[in-house]
Design a binder for this molecule. Structure first.
Ligand code: C5J
Length: 223
């Protein structure tokens, strides 16, 4: 077992059974003209998480460790989008509308793509998800079982929505979860701070948090 200097206490992980999961680092959330901006958010607030996430990706790639990317994206006919989600996601543009990056949060459209800096490489698993949680209506559980993964390191956006939802889903399914503090961001800094605090409260009731430098320091040398 390897050890990360984490909160609320050290996180132990078996290298061969640990995956990096990068949640929804999509143009629709991080760039102007997408879903996040249409909802009235300042998308620049998500930018600080890009470089630490890239450093984690580079470290996992260099060691041949499993990487999973997720994308929040709906079928073109929106048949997998509940009316409640459509109704409450109404800003200047809503899911399925045509914006500057194509149809908002629709699979295959430019805005639904992962930002170029963090684009998946061939062979990396990409899970398209219609919900906030990545286990809902997706084959994520099956992919993790095939890989023999028991431990998940989380990066991505937004901290209190899709990242936290997926981390809670994973926690309930028995995965040992750690959220990388500087590799996640929210449009609301206070929500990010609250999420980190509630994850590690009560003895790590949802899991652990640690900095990306602590994660990188725990990894073995590149073979
Ligand atoms: C949101 C997400 N915020 N990826 N999605 O709607 O967090």
């Amino acid at each position: 077992m390897l050890t990360i200097d984490a909160l609320p206490y050290a996180y132990e992980f078996p290298l061969g059974r640990t995956a990096l999961i990068v949640i929804d680092m999509q143009r629709d959330f991080l760039e102007p003209g997408g879903f996040g901006a249409a909802l009235g958010n300042d998308v620049r607030r998500l930018a600080p998480s890009i470089a630490p996430t890239r450093a984690l990706l580079d470290a996992f790639r260099a060691r041949g460790l499993p990487i999973i990317h997720t994308q929040e994206a709906h079928r073109p006919d929106l048949s997998d989008c509940p009316p409640s989600k459509l109704e409450r996601g109404r800003g200047t543009l809503t899911i399925g509308d045509v914006g500057p990056m194509g149809r908002i949060l629709v699979s295959g459209e430019p805005g639904a793509a992962i930002i170029p800096e963090l684009a998946p490489l061939p062979g990396e698993i990409v899970i398209e998800k219609p919900g906030k949680g990545a286990f809902h209506a997706t084959p994520l559980r099956e992919r993790l079982t095939e890989l023999g993964v028991t431990h998940l390191l989380f990066a991505g956006v937004t901290t209190e929505v899709c990242v936290q939802t997926t981390m809670r889903e994973a926690n309930d399914r028995g995965y040992e979860c750690l959220l990388v503090e500087d590799a996640t961001d929210s449009y609301f800094p206070e929500f990010k701070a609250a999420t980190l605090a509630m994850i590690r409260a009560q003895g790590g009731i949802v899991g652990w948090t640690a900095s990306s430098s602590a994660v990188l320091a725990a990894l073995p040398p590149i073979p």
